[in-house]
Design a protein around this ligand. Structure first.
Ligand SMILES: Cc1cc2nc3c(=O)[nH]c(=O)nc-3n(C[C@H](O)[C@H](O)[C@H](O)COP(=O)(O)OP(=O)(O)OC[C@H]3O[C@@H](n4cnc5c(N)ncnc54)[C@H](O)[C@@H]3O)c2cc1C
Length: 318
């Protein structure tokens, strides 16, 4: 069975859930092999094996880890040459997309970004993308090289597999060109205690309707263990950090539940959240465009609705 390479997304060895999703998807296409860049591959092998990785290629060289993404693309390109994988799967993060683009170019392979599904197809791999703010579904088959695919988080339900991964150290050969940007400092952001926006199963976002007071949005999010997002109007007004912006020019999220509070539903906002499994909106304007795409809509003032919902959830949690 052909290998399927999966780039492991981790922070200091702490593997993100999206990697379990990538491995689950990879197992549909062939034998998943994880590619782990940085320290901690041995410790992560148990987790990676649990989600189907038979092998973990471990790359720990500073030649790779002390630079931006270009060396990772070179490492993957050398593995593609060595293993002729059925596909290479990467997280649909900023880094994942850039590495994917570089890798596809280096290996003359077709590239699909932001896929929401991956299945084997006759002689290749079929992907599904949700485009134009979720109004079209595109099904594609890569016809050249080893398909390079970035997969959106929360698109594939994870499945555990039997088996253990063996770790294989990999010597990285990195060109000087790939090392032209060096990382000089890494600083951890102060933890909010909330899950990360791109990975959260539930996202509660606030818009201009909050009038700058995100406290009901945050309290409701915390009652659900959710991440907090924001519309561009809220971010541009300085009410919430830019990193929380959901939409075309912000973060793309695809949680199980998305709650939009005081957000009108502009096309650019939809572009970043329309693939969410269940969408709920709270808006005091019954004519707001967001209501065209919701599963459940509450016409009301968020300052009245969200605190009641928060209270009810807390009461039910006991
Ligand atoms: C190139 C480009 C890229 C863009 N990228 C993005 C992007 O990535 N993300 C993004 O979000 N936008 C983006 N935008 C902006 C987008 O077009 C909208 O301007 C923006 O999404 C509007 O934000 P909003 O819904 O919070 O505000 P508004 O459109 O002003 O809507 C506020 C809503 O809140 C409701 N409301 C008011 N008070 C309350 C209350 N007390 N309770 C309940 N409801 C209330 C109102 O009825 C209204 O529907 C982009 C625009 C451009 C041109």
């Amino acid at each position: 069975m052909a290998e399927v390479l999966v780039l492991v997304d981790h922070v200091d060895g702490d593997v993100r859930k999206s990697t379990a999703e990538l491995l689950t998807a990879a197992a549909r296409l062939g034998e998943p092999s994880a590619v782990f860049v940085g320290a901690g591959a041995q410790e992560a092998a148990e987790f990676l094996g649990r989600y189907g990785a038979a092998k973990v290629y471990a790359v720990e060289s500073a030649e790779v880890t002390d630079h931006l993404v270009a060396p990772v693309a070179e490492v993957l390109a050398s593995l593609v040459e060595k293993t002729s994988p059925a596909a290479v799967l990467l997280p649909a993060s900023n880094d994942g997309r850039e590495i994917g683009a570089r890798l596809a170019l280096k290996t003359s392979s077709g590239l699909i970004t932001d896929a929401v599904d991956v299945t084997p197809a006759d002689g290749g791999v079929q992907t599904v993308q949700s485009v134009f703010a979720g109004s079209y579904t595109v099904t594609s088959v890569v016809t050249q090289g080893s398909p390079v695919i970035t997969l959106k988080p929360n698109s594939v339900p994870v499945a555990e597999a039997q088996g253990a991964a063996t770790v294989e150290a990999l010597e990285a050969q990195v060109s000087d060109a790939a090392k032209s940007a060096r990382i000089t400092e890494r600083k951890e952001k102060a933890a909010s205690g909330r899950p990360s926006l791109t990975e959260a199963a539930i996202v509660v976002s606030g818009g201009r309707g909050t009038a700058g007071d995100f406290s009901p949005v945050e309290a409701f999010a915390d009652s659900l263990g959710a991440a907090v997002g924001a519309s561009r109007a809220a971010v541009d007004a300085g009410w919430y950090p830019h990193s929380a912006q959901v939409g075309q020019t912000g973060v793309s999220v695809s949680p199980q539940l998305y709650v939009a509070a005081g957000i009108s539903g502009a096309i650019q906002h939809r572009a970043g959240m329309q693939t969410s499994k269940t969408i709920v909106a709270v808006n005091k304007d019954a004519e707001a465009p967001i209501f065209e795409l919701v599963d459940y809509g509450v016409v009301g003032d968020l300052f009245a609705v969200l605190p009641q919902a928060t209270q009810e959830i807390q009461a039910r949690k006991g």
